[in-house]
Write a protein that binds this ligand. Structure first.
Ligand SMILES: [Zn+2]
Length: 247
């Protein structure tokens, strides 16, 4: 199990490095494949030695080797986060199921940071999630189809209602993301997910207002809370629901 966990960790570092590229480029409408990575400071193309996740960052003390411009620590954080996520997913979903799960949560990680940076959830990411959920549903179904469709309806429908009532307080991107998540989790876990997201979002909002970091009218993206809640539900959703039903 330990060699497998180490493999998952290293794979996570490499994937995380690619997710950084996705986070930076997708919101700007650029290709994630081409051109190869360049320094945002001097535009110099990065060599193989500068592309090793986390290690390059530490060895270069967080600076470009050419121009010395500071590289944001978040690049290394995303790589580490992905690596830890892969180890936890392997533990929770051993065997082949690890791969669709790792793919799914990698896309969600990209959604998390893009929404945080730009207050937008790109349609192409939602489409990738939906296609993956459909593929899993066809080739390795976990849920009855009715449950998946009901989840999509419940997740997308509830947020759509909120978007209409709040007149844009809830964005269209959140509605579409939640429809895709609903299809993946089924209706019970979808309701749990929404509950967790609203509690986390509400508490964070109160904190940001009280601490004076945000004002009442400032937009706070909701996507990151949906993603955090999705991770909680993906890892512990069944257990929470069992506990709730027995209680
Ligand atoms: Zn540079």
């Amino acid at each position: 199990m330990i060699p497998l966990a180490v493999t998952a960790f290293v794979l996570g570092l490499a994937v995380g490095s690619f997710l950084n590229v996705c986070i930076y480029r997708i919101a700007r409408g650029e290709s994630v494949i081409f051109p190869p990575s360049r320094c945002p400071g001097c535009g110099r193309r990065l060599g193989a030695r500068e592309l090793i996740p986390v290690v390059s960052y530490l060895r270069q003390r967080g600076r470009c080797r050419g121009c010395g411009v500071a590289i944001h620590w978040r690049y290394a954080l995303v790589e580490l986060l992905t690596a830890f996520m892969f180890v936890v997913l392997l533990w929770r979903f051993p065997g082949f199921d690890f791969f669709p799960q790792a793919f799914f949560y990698s896309v969600l990680l990209v959604v998390f940071f893009i929404d945080l940076d730009h207050q937008v959830i790109p349609n192409r990411l939602v489409i990738v999630l939906l296609v993956l959920a459909l593929a899993v549903q066809v080739f390795r179904p976990v849920l009855p189809w009715g449950n998946a469709l009901l989840g999509m309806l419940a997740g997308g429908g509830l947020l759509l209602l909120l978007a209409v009532v709040s007149r844009g307080g809830m964005g269209g991107g959140d509605v579409k993301l939640m429809a895709a998540l609903g299809f993946w989790y089924g209706w019970q876990q979808t309701l749990l997910l929404l509950f967790v997201a609203f509690v986390a979002g509400g508490l964070t909002g109160i904190f940001l207002l009280a601490a004076g970091i945000k004002k009442r009218k400032d937009p706070v993206p909701f996507g990151p809370f949906l993603v955090m809640a999705a991770v909680v539900v993906g890892l512990w959703g069944e257990r929470i629901l069992h506990w709730y039903i027995r209680w």
